[in-house]
Design a protein around this ligand. Structure first.
Ligand code: BES
Ligand code: ZN
Length: 617
């Protein structure tokens, strides 16, 4: 069978097995009937009540002219009033019903009407426990004097602060007016003019259509420092200098990505540095990536996070996964592009180290996963929390797959293909099958011998790591590995290992390749030589603390408790809780620490920790 035909067959077989249209199982919306095209928000950001309150106007496009219902997603919203605007400009009251609360999806909000209205206005308020918002007391900020609030809408939390069609398959433009305490600055995933006076009344416009998971809002004691004409950092005054120095290469990154994949289409690219309770490393909110402060370690060694969030301006924000099942189209592409940016700005060696860590992490993680979860383009799973199904598969297997394609087709052809792909699907939301058919038509048919249908099928639809995967080798890590081995065998003392010039990735490699458990003596030796326990680097601590837990090295406990209380980044705290949860004594200690830390955690982190500690299914 010729490769091209075979690839098409793979695509058709999977399309057929998806049974009809690929509906988003994580949304109640019915975008085949009506879609939101523009949104107007007018909200009070009320810190006293921990509430957003006001109204949203939804401009609608009716796809099915016979439809008379607008079905929206909502979670823990109180809906006060719904009106519809008729063609003559008059507003009419509309009936609405809120469905039963589903633990994952929230409540279906159905608005019925006798005729298809162009525009619907909903007056509403959020609840203090909204899953997509975190309200911080001043004590939880860097400056300790002002409160702070921020959103995290991905994957399905936008519905907890705006009633909307909460599916990545729908895109709309938006404008907003926010009113809040005049001592605070408010920002959104929209235009944030750097010189906006701080007066408690702010207006925003987002001219490019975006999906709901990219809606974002934040308010706090925020100041701006420019990096270039079109980029800069927003942060609390206490953090802004360190952040500015760490992320000074942002403009270089934008320029490099443009040279690879075409113009940056979002005008400004700014960074917002959040308090340490931010549950993720970063979030690619358009024009304003949200960034954890935990990557500010002083030597730029963790700026791949910025490359990653910036890369989403092409993979994700421009070309978006149609549903969370096709998340690898967002995260896999982005992780691949991230590494290309790192290579271009910081060189081959840095990029190779980061790929080795990613591939080794994937191999480790896959071992404990079900076969179904190891698949890059999995079948939809209704009744699940997309936050809890986040794994290395979409990111690291996805990036590895694209690296494989690059090797086989050659960098020149592959770069041109990707650039064409971003242009072709710009501002659209697509499925894996759409990617496959575009790939068949534009790349694989031109180089019919580069890969086989079986190889493609293995990458996209089979579990495990395909036989065709070529693992990256880092020469620098060979040196680290050799030193570690010598030390383990007692041939060299820890303090005599030549760690001059080691950066975060070297330490990560060193820690990851250590055995599961070490003797107390060995741990004391390491800790004395390298001061792991008192490190401030979360990438190191998220690996060191679990090792101390598995080995019964209790000296690290006070610092571990302090870390779990200071930082709420899910990726960092979960491995520590997981290690503790493995024994009865450890679990008790973890529960005590969690009880203390919990008021400072974001709802997303809280849910994940509860799952790990067995307090939630
Ligand atoms: N978009 C993600 C964060 C996300 C994914 C939030 C899924 C909710 C659901 C963001 O771009 C991301 O991937 N962040 C990573 C950083 C990265 C360098 C792998 C993170 O937060 O660790
Ligand atoms: Zn990402």
């Amino acid at each position: 069978m010729r490769i091209f035909t075979a690839l098409l067959l793979v695509a058709f077989a999977t399309l057929a097995s998806a049974q009809g249209s690929p509906r988003d199982v994580h949304s109640y919306a019915q975008p085949d009937k009506v879609v939101i095209r523009d949104m107007g928000l007018d909200l009070h950001v009320d810190f006293g009540k921990k509430q957003l309150r006001g109204r949203v106007d939804l401009a609608l496009e009716w796809i099915d002219p016979s439809a008379r219902e607008l079905v929206l997603d909502s979670r823990d919203l109180s809906i006060e009033k719904v009106t519809g605007k008729r063609a003559d400009g008059r507003w009419f009251r509309l009936e609405h019903t809120l469905g039963e609360r589903d633990p994952y999806l929230g409540q279906k909000l159905t608005i019925s009407m006798r005729q298809p209205y162009d525009s619907v206005r909903i007056r509403y308020a959020t609840s203090p426990g909204a899953s997509g918002l975190q309200w911080l007391e001043p004590s939880m900020t860097a400056g300790k004097t002002h409160p702070f609030m921020f959103s995290q809408s991905q994957a399905i939390h936008a519905r907890s602060w705006v009633p909307l069609q909460d599916t990545p398959s729908v895109r709309y433009t938006y404008s907003a007016r926010l009113r809040t305490d005049p001592s605070l600055m408010a920002l959104m995933s929209a235009d944030n003019p750097p010189n906006e006076p701080r007066d408690g009344d702010y207006v925003f416009r987002m001219r490019q259509p975006i999906p709901s998971y990219l809606m974002a809002i934040a308010a706090g004691d925020l100041v701006f420092r420019p990096i270039s004409e079109r980029s800069g950092v927003w942060a609390e005054p206490a953090t802004v200098d360190a952040a500015h120095a760490e992320f000074i290469d942002t403009e270089k990154m934008i320029a490099v990505t443009e040279s690879l994949y075409g113009p940056y289409r979002w005008e400004r690219y700014d960074l917002l540095i959040l308090p340490p309770s931010f549950p993720f490393g970063g979030m690619e909110n358009p024009r304003l990536s949200f960034i954890t402060p935990t990557v500010i370690v002083g030597d730029k060694s963790l700026v791949a996070l910025i490359a990653h969030e910036l890369a989403h301006s092409w993979s994700g924000n421009l070309v978006t996964n149609a549903s969370w099942n096709d998340m690898w189209l967002n995260e896999g592409f982005t992780s691949y592009v991230e590494n290309r940016i790192i290579e271009a700005v910081y060189g081959d060696e840095q990029a190779a180290m980061e790929r080795v860590i990613s591939q080794a992490g994937l191999q480790r993680e896959i071992k404990g996963m079900s076969k179904a979860a190891q698949v890059l383009a999995p079948r939809p799973v209704p009744g699940s929390d997309p936050d809890e199904s986040l794994s290395a598969v979409a990111y690291d297997k996805g990036a590895w797959f694209l690296g494989f394609l690059e090797q086989r087709f050659g960098r020149e052809a592959f770069d041109a293909f990707l650039r064409g792909y971003f242009d072709h699907f710009a501002f659209q939301s697509i499925t894996t099958e759409q990617f496959v058919s575009y790939f068949n038509e534009n790349l694989s048919s031109r180089f019919p011998n580069a890969i086989t249908a079986k190889e493609l099928d293995a990458w996209l639809y089979q579990p495990g790591i395909p036989a065709s995967a070529v693992a990256t080798v880092s020469e620098r890590f060979m040196v680290v590995d050799a030193a570690r081995k010598q030390w383990q065998e007692g041939r060299i003392a820890a303090e005599d290992i030549d760690t001059r010039g080691w950066i975060t990735q070297d330490w990560v490699r060193f820690l990851e390749e250590l055995p599961n458990k070490l003797s107390n003596e060995k741990l004391v030796e390491l800790d004395t030589a390298f001061q792991f326990t008192s490190s401030q680097n979360g990438e190191m601590l998220m690996r060191w603390f679990p090792l101390t837990v598995r080995s019964g090295y209790f000296e690290a406990r006070p610092a571990m408790a302090e870390f779990l209380q200071r930082v709420g980044r899910r990726k960092y705290v979960l491995p520590v809780y997981q290690a503790l949860a493995a024994t009865k004594e450890g679990r008790e200690f973890a529960r005590e620490v969690f009880a203390q830390a919990r008021p400072g955690y974001h709802p997303i982190t809280t849910t994940s920790v509860e799952v790990v500690l067995g307090d939630k299914k």
